[in-house]
Design a protein around this ligand. Sequence first.
Ligand SMILES: O=C(O)CCC(=O)C(=O)O
Length: 284
Amino acid sequence: MKWCSHGYVFQQLDALEPANGWLNQPDVLRKQMAEDGYLYLTDFLDPEDVLKARTELLHKLFEHGFIDPAFPLQDAVSLGRKRLPLNGKSPLSETLRTLPALLALSQHPKLMGFFEAFLGAPILNYDYLWLRAARIGEATGCHYDHVYMGRGTDQLYTSWIPLGDVPRVEGPLAILAGSNHFNFLIQTYGQLDVDRDKDKLDPTLHGWLTLNPNEPCHQYGGRWLTSDFHLGDVLIFTMYTLHCSLDNRSPENRVRLSIDIRKQLASEGADPRWVGENVVGHDG
Ligand SMILES: O=C(O)CCC(=O)C(=O)O
């Protein structure tokens, strides 16, 4: 099968390499993060804890008419073409983003413990939780996260957590290993701020660099990597690791569900848009 993002066929797409073997060696993990820009931890979280979050979310999506009642709830089969209000400011998106099991997952003790060892001091968890529900044909374009949350420390890390098995056909995340060394891109596109620099960003791209994952590879190098993700896996990466998602091409019309969360040292400056009791979010 040819894998695509926004209809562009990846000219190269390899497998993420798990870092589980070094879980007890934070210095090795730090070295790998610095080299490749990511750490892939397979079977890291208790599948039951992730399933709890998935089930809670699916119940709410079902209640609001986004999930097809003709299929088992856990199949997450999409109903209709109504856009899912996930990261906006509507009351429903607020309800979905703050579901107790999702929040509990975002602050899972295993994740907090991992980051404390990885960064070597107490951790700050961003209060805002980014929820994704990609239906057939939907995908995320290539971007650095710094463009969206770059007002605090650069030593902020994203953890992408699939809420269920997400095989390649259902549009998981892919990262461009080595893109954390694209100094020109980091100093140009990487310094833009999606809320401040609207005039410098293409309004049709929502802050993304491009829809075509091959473009940055041709220009700067790197290797696109992804996986058939399983319940319990976590993919961690830097603010300057380019990533995008594959197109969801589920033959069963399944919605790809995931969350992405952010953590950093508590002692460093945080992006004020995403922390606090009433997070202001974009344009705040
Ligand atoms: O899940 C997605 O489609 C996008 C996630 C993302 O951009 C991120 O984790 O930073």
